[in-house]
Design a protein around this ligand. Structure first.
Ligand code: SF4
Ligand code: SF4
Length: 70
């Protein structure tokens, strides 16, 4: 399965819940960027490893993450 994860990065508050639940350990805060709120936003480090489980999207309290499966 191919999945695409997109982040509404400016809404992210850097709580790392998404990183904690990802079974593939491919979600992490991007320390090289700051969003509009002043947080390092979450991002996917290895999109090819994503299994499209959508756990990250479900746990996010701010609905930052969208998972599309193809
Ligand atoms: S959809 Fe699942 S595997 Fe992909 S980044 Fe989110 S939690 Fe990880
Ligand atoms: S769970 Fe949502 S708000 Fe928290 S770090 Fe992940 S994307 Fe950002």
């Amino acid at each position: 399965m191919t999945a695409k994860i997109t982040f509404d990065s400016d809404r992210c508050k850097g709580c790392e819940l998404c990183a904690a639940v990802c079974p593939k350990h491919i979600v992490a805060l991007d320390k090289s960027r700051l969003n509009r709120k002043g947080y390092h936003p979450a991002s996917v480090t290895d999109m090819a490893a994503c299994i499209g489980c959508a756990s990250c999207a479900k746990i996010c309290p701010d609905s930052v993450i969208t998972v599309e499966k193809f």
